[in-house]
Design a protein around this ligand. Sequence first.
Ligand code: CMP
Length: 134
Amino acid sequence: MIERTFVAIKPDAVKRKLSGKIIQRFEDKGFEIVELRMLLLDDELLEQYYGEHKGKDFYNDLISFMKSGRIIAMVVEGNDAVKNVRTMVGATKPWEASMGTIRGDYGLSTPHNVIHASDSLESAKREINLFFKD
Ligand code: CMP
C-alpha cells in the first residue's frame, strides 16, 4: 500500500554533509520525497516531537543534540513506506544496526544516530502534521 512517512536527517548528518547521500538512498530504492524543509528546532517543537521520551535518562542529551544544528525534515512516499523506511534506517543504536542500513553505515553513537523515521502510521501522521502543518 502506498503510504507517507516522516524522516528527519539529524544535525550530526547535516554537519557531516551526508544529507545528499541519505536522500539518494531513498530515491534509489524507489521512494519519492514529497515534502522537504531545513530548519532549526526550538524547545516548543521538540517537546511535541519527543514528548513521549520526557523523563527518560537520555532525554536532556537528546534535546540538546537535536538543537545543536539544522535538521532536514521530509515526507517520504512509497510502498509500505513506514516499515520499509525503518528497515533502511536500521536499529536505534548505530553499533547494533546492520551494515547496509543508514545508521549501520554512517552512525557510531546515540543520540548522534544520523536519522529518524516514524515507527508507525499513527506517528507518521502526527509527525508530518507537526513539521508540515501549513
Ligand atoms: P529517534 O528515532 O529519533 O527517536 C528517539 C531518539 O532517542 C532515538 O532516535 C535516539 O536518538 C534516542 N534514543 C533512544 N533510545 C536511546 C537510548 N537508550 N540511549 C540514548 N539515546 C536514545
